[in-house]
Design a protein around this ligand. Structure first.
Ligand code: MF3
Ligand code: CO
Ligand code: CO
Length: 269
């Protein structure tokens, strides 16, 4: 499939799906506390999508080639878990960091976003990883504009994260998104300037860097989904769904609770 260019009406649908994904993250925020299980967070999100938003949880039964169907409605990746953590009966404990990644389908269109959450009181080194990862995502987003190359975006993220002493996960990347969950192009979070696909107005893709406190190597758990750091170091991730425009970008996944961009990002778009 070639890279789809979204029309004005497509973009309006993507704004709605994106807003619902962000609002779902707003909704779940107060429930992220010591003692809650990730399975309970999954059930709350599932019911909010289905009963309140009248949206569909895209992860549920999602089965890309080589995978068993994903058994839950959201991904919950705790501490050394990088991504695709499967909600379970395990309780969150004071000091944990957790990524909650949600994807909703509304009217046939996908909105995909994730944020990091602190469980109770979190150690400064873990907070720093979450904050730097947020800034890494924004170093990528702020580059987005028609005419820019994907390698420039990946390089910007990588250069920033590595300068902080962290590593960038390479096996997973951002992705085009629209009527499909994962569309072309692949949006790598590392790269070389002056290389890669040239962005055009109307493309929509995610930027979702996974940054490890230690080495970049990964391991998959026996559940066939959960990805962890091989060295068991902490990992963080943030994700937005972003539209390319002639003069910059527009974030699709915005809601009242969306964290503000970091100070180094100028005015919107
Ligand atoms: N939401 C993830 C992403 O950002 C994909 C999760 S696939 C699942 O691309 F099956 F694990 F849910
Ligand atoms: Co994504
Ligand atoms: Co996601």
């Amino acid at each position: 499939m070639p890279i789809s260019i979204k029309s004005a009406t497509d973009i309006e649908k993507m704004r709605i799906a994106g807003r619902l994904a962000a609002e779902l993250l707003d909704y779940i925020t107060p429930f992220v506390q010591p003692g809650v299980t990730t399975g309970e967070l999954d059930k709350l999100c599932h019911d909010y999508m289905v009963d309140v938003q009248h949206s569909i949880p895209a992860p549920l039964n999602y089965a890309p080639p080589g995978h068993t169907p994903y058994p839950r409605s959201i991904c919950t990746s705790v501490n050394q878990q990088i991504c695709h953590g499967v909600p379970s009966e395990k309780q969150l404990k004071n000091g944990d960091i957790i990524n909650i990644d949600v994807t909703v389908i509304k009217d046939g269109w996908h909105g995909d976003s994730s944020r990091m959450f602190y469980v109770g009181t979190v150690a400064p080194h873990a907070k720093r990883l979450c904050e730097i990862t947020y800034q890494a995502m924004w170093h990528g987003i702020k580059m987005v504009r028609a005419g820019v190359l994907l390698g420039d975006i990946g390089h910007s993220i990588q250069k920033f994260a590595e300068a902080q002493g962290y590593s960038v996960v390479r096996e997973f990347c951002g992705h085009g998104i629209g009527r499909e969950f994962h569309e072309e192009p692949q949006v790598l979070h590392y790269g070389r300037p002056g290389t890669g696909l040239q962005l055009a107005s109307g493309m929509i893709f995610t930027i979702e860097p996974m940054i490890n406190a230690g080495r970049r190597d990964i391991r998959q758990l026996g559940d066939g989904w959960t990805i962890v750091t091989k060295d068991r170091s902490l990992s963080a991730q943030w994700e937005h769904t972003v539209l390319v425009t002639d003069d910059g970008y527009e974030i699709m996944t915005v809601s009242p609770g969306t964290p503000a961009p970091p100070p180094f990002v100028g005015g919107a778009g």
